[in-house]
Design a protein around this ligand. Structure first.
Ligand code: SF4
Length: 405
């Protein structure tokens, strides 16, 4: 009904009376794509069939224009980043995901690393007096690093620096940790929360559909297990993010199935902050024979994610994985968050062949990247509280101030 009224009004209006996005939608020759555009304009939810159709039939220009319209309707030009660093406790892992370039099996653990709590605290102490707001902790699933080890780590970090937000452990790590400790997700997450864990990152989701999951990461937690851990975290008042590993053997149907499961859980809990598509990289893993997606495919994926994930407030391009220039480009295709300063503290994507072999961006560099893309840089904390808007800041002055570099 709404659409019929909309179409009638559009036909009555002359071209100058229509907004540019209405013009783009009105000029769309493929009727089904025009209907999708009208739904987006009217803030109606698009269906799984619409999502698949966008992948199969839409031009990058059309999906991109709609996604940019949605992005600006929600956030205007604001583009978020934070000041963060990572700790990767180990890359030793009991699992052997075919796309992973990072992990080493326990039998070959001498080729990998395992950090003690003291070594991880040395990393935390390196940031004493520096204005970081978040530590992101993820790594391999080590058979000997258990729940009490990580509870100790949480307590020591919080004792040393109570203001630091701890975003830690993928649902894959948590599922293994809880099963080994013989506790439920509710019991395990309650213990970690009491020890200091503040929120969960979005990793380990990969592609939920069993036809793909069984081929790329058969042995780790399945879709239901992953979603249940996030549902429980949300129940406990913790926020989390969600990822999707795209651009390998999955089809548009599998991507939409993945997004649909997340969108449904978000309808139920409203606990997700950010959706983060992660590009498959093919260096030194068991899927090196699979070609990587092109930049056009990447941008279209981001655009469709923005259109489909209508209840996720934020869409993030993780620049260490995409490279800073392509991450900049995503800001015209629905993305409103670029992650953070990182400070060369993660190896996950550099080991998979990303252009960013030592991912580090200062606050000044991030602000400059965002401004070059015509957007408004805003520093946030993990939960998207705005800490500083850099719109009018003098970049030259920032370059000479150690606080921003
Ligand atoms: S993706 Fe994660 S769970 Fe899979 S092998 Fe790599 S580190 Fe282990």
């Amino acid at each position: 009904m709404l659409q019929a009224i909309y179409l009638y009004t559009m036909q009555k209006q002359s071209a100058p009376e229509r907004s540019s996005i209405q013009e783009i939608i009105f000029a769309q020759k493929e009727p089904a794509l025009r209907v999708i555009g009208e739904k987006i304009f009217l803030k109606e939810r698009i269906s799984p069939e619409d999502g698949v159709l966008l992948f199969e039939k839409s031009s990058l220009a059309y999906a991109g224009a709609l996604a940019n319209f949605v992005r600006e309707r929600i956030h205007g030009d604001k583009t978020y980043f934070n000041r963060n660093f990572h700790i990767e406790p180990t890359n030793v892992c009991v699992f052997s995901c075919a796309f992973c370039s990072y992990s080493r099996l326990y039998a070959h653990r001498e080729d990998g690393w395992e950090l003690s709590i003291e070594q991880m605290m040395d990393i935390v102490r390196k940031y004493d007096g520096k204005p970081v707001t978040e530590v992101h902790i993820v790594g391999g699933v080590h058979p000997k690093l258990n729940l009490s080890f990580f509870m100790d780590l949480m307590k020591q970090i919080k004792a040393h620096r109570p203001d630091l937000h701890i975003k830690g452990y993928t649902a894959v790590e948590l599922d293994y940790m809880f099963r080994k400790a013989k506790v439920s997700p509710l019991e395990g997450l309650t213990l970690l929360k009491e020890a200091g864990l503040d929120s969960l990152p979005g990793g380990g989701a990969e592609i939920f559909h069993p036809d793909i999951r069984s081929r790329i990461c058969a042995d780790k937690v399945d879709a239901e297990g992953w979603l249940e851990i996030h549902r429980t975290a949300h129940f406990l008042g913790m926020h989390s993010n969600a990822t999707m590993l795209y651009g390998h053997i999955e089809s548009p149907y599998h991507r939409i199935d993945h997004m649909e499961r997340l969108r449904s859980l978000q309808d139920e809990t409203n606990g997700f902050n950010t959706f983060i598509p992660l590009k498959f990289r093919n260096k030194e893993n068991d899927m090196s024979y699979v070609r990587e997606s092109s930049v056009v495919e990447d941008m279209k994926l981001y655009a469709i994610a923005r259109l489909y994930m209508d209840n996720f407030p934020h869409l993030k391009a993780y620049w260490p994985m995409l490279g800073r220039q392509n991450a900049q480009l995503t800001l015209s295709f629905g993305v409103n968050d670029l992650d953070g300063t990182i400070d060369d503290s993660t190896k996950i994507y550099s080991m998979a062949g990303s252009e960013e072999q030592h991912p580090t961006l200062s606050t000044t560099q991030l602000v400059s990247l965002i401004r070059q893309a015509g957007r408004e840089p805003v520093e946030r904390d993990t939960l998207y509280k705005e800490l500083r808007n850099y719109k009018g800041m003098d970049l030259a002055a920032m370059e000479t101030d150690a606080y921003y570099n």
